[in-house]
Each structure stands twice: as C-alpha cells, then as structure tokens.
Design a protein around this ligand. Structure first.
Ligand code: TRP
Length: 451
C-alpha cells in the first residue's frame, strides 16, 4: 500500500488501461497504419503485423510495465533502482531521447489535426463543397507560419495536461476521450464501407499478397507494431510506475494491445474503402488521412458534421499519445535532475518546440536539407521507429530476461499473489521475453543491415 501512496499515479485498472490505450491509439493507427498497409501489400502486411503485436510485442509491453512498477520511477530511475548500474540507467536516457525525437514530428502532425478541425468547423468539408484536398494539404504543410502556429498550440495543450499531473491530467483526459474516439471511428468505418465501389478497398485490405513480403516489409510491420503499442521509448515503463501495486499487468497489457489493433484495423476500414471508392492511389503517403477523408466528407450526407467529429477525434487520438510521450520526458527530468513538474514540463516543451519547428519547416523551406535522402521530419520518424525503438526494446527484454530473473518477473506479474494471473502464463511470457523477443528483434535488424 505504501508504494501506491508515495507517487502520483493511476487510481485503478480502468484509469491505467484508458491512459495506455490513449497512448497506443494515436496517429499511428489513424494516419500511419492505413498507408503502411497500402504501401506494403495489404492483408499480408496486416497478418505479419498481428503476429508481431500478439506474440512478441505484448510480452515486451509486459516487460516494460514490470520494469516500471518494480523500479518505481521514470525509465532511467527504474533501471537504476533495479540494477544499481549507471550503464543500465543509460537505457532510460536513450528512451527519453527517443520520446523527444518522436514528439518533435508527432506534434507537427498534431498541429495539422488542429488545422483540419478548424477547417471543418468553418464547414470547408460540408456536403457538396468543391475541394482540391490534395493541393490544399500540400500548400498548408509546406508553408512556414501556419503549421508552426498550429504545432505550438498543440504542444501547449499537451503541456497543460502534463502540468495538471498524472491523476488529474493524464488519467482524467484519457477516461473521457477514449470511449468517444471508439464510437467515432466505428461511425466513419461504417460510412466508408457502405460507399459504392468500396469493395475493392476491402479486398485490398484483407486479401493477402505474400509476393510483396520481403525483409523491408517485415521490418515495417515490426516497427509499426512497436510504434503503435508505444514500445521502446520508456512510455510503458513510466506508466507502469504509476500502476497500482495490485493491478494485473498482463491482463491490462493484453486488453491494451487488443484494443490498439482493433483501432488500427477499424481505421484501415475507415480509410481504404474510401480511397478505392474515389479511385485514389493507396500508397500516397502520410497525407492520406488528410487528403482522402475530406473528399469522403464532401460526398456524405451531413458530411460537414462528420468532418468536425472526425477531426476532433483525430486530434484527441493524437493528443493522448503526445501526452504520454511528453510525460516520459518530463518525469525523467523531474526524477533525474530533481526538478519540479512545472520546470521539467517547461524545459520539455522548449526542446520539443525547437526541434518541432525544424521538422515542420522541413516540409517546406528546409526540404532541401536532407540526410541519407530524407528530410528532417522523415529522418526523425525513420530513426526513432526503425532504429531507436528496436534498440531500446532489445535492451529491455535482455534486461528483464537475463538480469532481472524469472522469480522477480513472476512475483511482479502476479502482484505478489494479489493479481489473478496463473504463474504458468507469466512463465510463457517470460520465455518469450528471454529468448524469442531478442532473437526476432536481432534477426530483423540484421537482415536489414546485410541488405
Ligand atoms: N502509439 C502512438 C501512436 O500509435 C505513438 C506513441 C505514443 C508512441 N507514445 C509513444 C510511440 C511512445 C512510441 C513510444 O500514434
């Protein structure tokens, strides 16, 4: 009990699950998943994705939660408390750095969602409106002042929730936002599927084309599963440290990852059928959600209203995820450098604003500045999803499997006997964490390096 009282934390399972799903379900589901499916062979990609998310990634989520709840701190502190070693603590620093990179480009897209929400409130996407959504989107994101102002508003709102703390800020926001989000995604999916010509899109989503599978596609699926479940960035460690000591973390992890995958597939159903119904190329890229859906709305009865609801949803999904990324950085600063929440949040915000502005401008005036052929925005996305998150996850599973040991793991996942979770289930997860997870991550990284 004493452990629960010491730190600000979630009041119970529902709050914890809502916040974790809030983190997991974000732009990754609504904006990244559908276009990755489009680019990488439809259902074949989804199957690989499902396999990774259930068999490998959920156990990794459990590993992170165990580190956080047992270590009782932000990532670096949790690692240090459990190992007494500064080397292991540096994995937590790596995680904090990863969150900073993700949040920089994520916040920029968060800003776009605000812009589109405002547009829809101004009835730009009402039924019958004439719209060139592709060029409007291109013009907006490649501008300078516009996207930056929206990015700043998004970051300020995120920071405000962080300032309010874990229970009053993060938990309260998530409990309210997540159910609303679910209803809205279902409504859009139903509308999209019932459009004439949508069947091609469903076929594209659900008919496997295994000939497209190569190591890059496998890496993309694994990278997306990590990104979507918010792994490899210390987020589950941080939220794990806020989880009550008697909560059933295995059960919570499976509920969270199941919901996340459901959201991703629903988002695919919301977007792909519409893409095909309007004859748009599904591999179009990040703009898909912003370009395609406005075209759906202008042809939909009450589309104007739908647009408002949808972009409100996209914004809510983005902000609950951004909150979790922001919290990792703020909690780390608070605990490592003994700062107040206020100071740490302001410092986090300043760093994010500086890097985010560069990301935003890299869509326009700075687009000529490229590293390995990628602009700064794409570089941050690529490096965090395909390099840093995999590396951090590898270190997380090696730590839990080989350093923390089985008894400690089983004790934590059964909450010392207080959670109804058979030890055998814990043992299976432990062996996945100890042997299968490191091998899979290692093999995939290697196959890409060799290529
Ligand atoms: N999972 C979120 C999404 O799908 C992104 C995200 C939020 C994230 N927090 C994270 C990714 C922490 C990695 C680590 O949009």
């Amino acid at each position: 009990m004493s452990r629960d009282n010491k730190r600000d934390g979630f009041s119970g399972s529902f709050g914890m699950i809502a916040a974790t799903i809030g983190s997991a379900v974000g732009l990754g589901n609504l904006w990244r998943f559908p276009y990755l499916v489009g680019q990488n062979g439809g259902a074949a990609f989804i199957l690989i994705y499902l396999f990774f998310s259930i068999v490998i990634c959920t156990p990794i989520m459990v590993a992170e939660l165990v580190i956080g709840r047992r270590g009782q701190g932000a990532p670096a502190i949790s690692f240090f408390n459990l190992s007494g070693s500064r080397k292991w603590a540096s994995v937590g620093i790596l995680a904090m750095f990863t969150c900073i990179l993700i949040l920089s480009f994520y916040g920029v897209v968060g800003g776009w969602t605000i812009k589109y929400l405002v547009n829809s409130v101004c009835l730009q996407y009402r039924e019958g409106a004439v719209l060139d959504s592709a060029s409007a989107f291109g013009q907006f994101v490649s501008g300078s002042g516009g996207p930056i102002v929206h990015f700043l508003i998004f970051t300020a709102l995120t920071g405000a929730v962080i300032l309010a703390g874990v229970t009053k800020g993060i938990e309260r926001t998530s409990k309210f936002m997540m159910p609303v989000l679910f209803v809205l995604v279902v409504l859009v999916a139903v509308r999209s599927i019932t459009l004439p010509g949508s069947a091609e899109g469903l076929k594209y989503l659900f008919k496997p084309d295994f000939s497209q599978i190569d190591s890059n596609v496998v890496l993309a699926a694994l990278g997306q599963a990590f990104f979507s479940l918010s792994l490899g960035a210390g987020m589950q460690i941080t939220y794990g440290s806020y989880t009550r000591s008697d909560d059933n973390i295995i059960q919570n992890a499976f509920i969270s990852s199941f919901s996340d995958t459901l959201f991703a597939i629903l988002a695919g159903c919301a977007i792909m059928p519409a893409v095909f119904a309007f004859g748009i190329n599904p591999g179009e890229g990040a703009g898909l959600a912003f370009v395609t859906l406005p075209q759906v709305f202008v042809q939909m009865p009450m589309g104007g209203l739908f647009a408002i609801l949808f972009f409100a949803t996209l914004f809510l999904a983005a902000i609950t995820s951004a909150i979790s990324l922001f919290e990792v950085v703020t909690a780390s600063m608070m605990e490592i450098w003994k700062m107040t929440r206020r100071k740490a949040a302001l410092l986090t915000g300043s760093i994010i604003v500086a890097l985010g502005c560069v990301c935003s401008l890299s869509q326009g005036v700075l687009s000529g500045f490229t590293v390995f052929g990628k602009n700064v925005f794409d570089l941050f996305d690529y490096v965090s999803s395909n390099v840093l998150m995999l590396l951090t996850s590898l270190l997380v599973v090696l730590f839990v499997g080989w350093r923390l040991k089985k008894e400690a793991f089983l004790d934590e996942v059964t909450a010392g006997g207080r959670a109804r979770m058979p030890r055998s289930v814990g043992a299976v997860l432990f062996y996945i964490i100890k042997y299968a997870a490191p091998l899979v991550i290692f093999a995939i990284v290697l196959s890409v390096i060799i290529k």
